[in-house]
Ligand binder design. Structure first.
Ligand code: DGL
Length: 279
């Protein structure tokens, strides 16, 4: 079977394991509203956060191939876990075999680039899923760009379920949020900047700030990834030319579209109509 659609221009693909990537999509659309986008949530197999490297790679590659079949030339893995566990292999091993002119980008590198501008103490905290923290991807990327920085991670396995189950605004959420914020600051009290290294966490921002001293800043990724994508498209006109500009967004899910439409309203302030995708 053909692995890619014919070589005409297509939408920009935005991938997440579930709903969290919608926070990145919002950031991208606010800065680049003229492009066409296709969002895919692999809701049937989410969460990815505690899955093995092999599974996350396998699922993410299937998603990338699905985007290529939809005509996308550029796919953003708007999922930290997929970026941490699958991006490098897809870029280095799969893309040359599938179609070396297509591009797959992640969210960790742009975040690592940006964070160098922020910290005065040079001590950074990362909050993410178990998969992202165990992969040490942030430590590795930040060390390449800012070797003077000390990076400390904290896995927060309950935070995604709190968001997915609409419990994040309720009092029970405070217990898990306080616990992980305190754990992180106990590991390194010099931290002055915290990266929310998971696409779901921006929804917890208010509660996270409640348990942080005021001098610590918290960074979420939507705008960072959007700025980085804009810069990338400026520097790569050949890829930009392969991205259609009609201002449309199509939503796809591997699970029930009705459930997706309902849950996505937590993340987006608009009604959407998703379609089912089979990977
Ligand atoms: N979207 C994922 C991330 O940014 C978190 C959700 C999941 O565990 O699948 O890491």
């Amino acid at each position: 079977m053909e692995k890619t659609a014919p070589d005409k221009a297509g939408a920009v693909g935005i991938f997440d394991s579930g709903y969290g990537g919608l926070t990145v999509l919002s950031g991208i659309k606010s800065i680049l509203p003229d492009y066409d986008y296709i969002y895919l949530g692999d809701n049937a197999r989410a969460p990815y956060g505690n899955r093995s490297f092999e599974r996350v790679y396998e699922f993410t590659l299937e998603a990338v191939e699905w985007f290529f079949k939809q005509g996308c030339h550029l796919v953003i893995l708007a999922c930290n876990t997929a970026s941490a566990k699958a991006l490098r292999t897809i870029q280095q091993v799969n893309l040359p075999l599938i179609d070396s002119s297509r591009r797959v980008l992640g969210v960790i590198r742009p975040t690592a680039e940006y964070v160098g501008l922020l910290s005065k103490t040079k001590h950074i905290g990362i909050m993410g899923t178990e998969g992202t923290i165990q992969s040490k991807s942030y430590e590795i990327e930040i060390a390449k760009l800012h070797p003077e920085m000390t990076v400390t991670g904290e896995a927060c396995p309950m935070w995604v379920p709190l968001v997915e189950n609409r419990e994040y605004n309720k009092p029970g959420a405070d217990y898990f949020i306080k616990q992980h914020v305190e754990n992180l600051l106990n590991k390194d009290p010099q931290i002055d900047t915290i990266i929310l290294g998971c696409t779901h966490y921006p929804l917890l921002m208010d509660k996270i700030k409640r348990y942080l001293p005021e001098n610590i800043s918290v960074v979420s990724q939507g705008n960072i990834v959007a700025d980085s994508l804009k810069d990338y498209l400026n520097r790569h006109p050949e890829i930009d030319a392969k991205c259609t500009k009609g201002g449309t967004t199509g939503y796809f899910t591997t699970d029930s579209p009705d459930k997706f439409n309902y849950q996505a309203s937590i993340f987006l302030e608009e009604q959407i109509v998703a379609e089912n995708a089979t990977l």
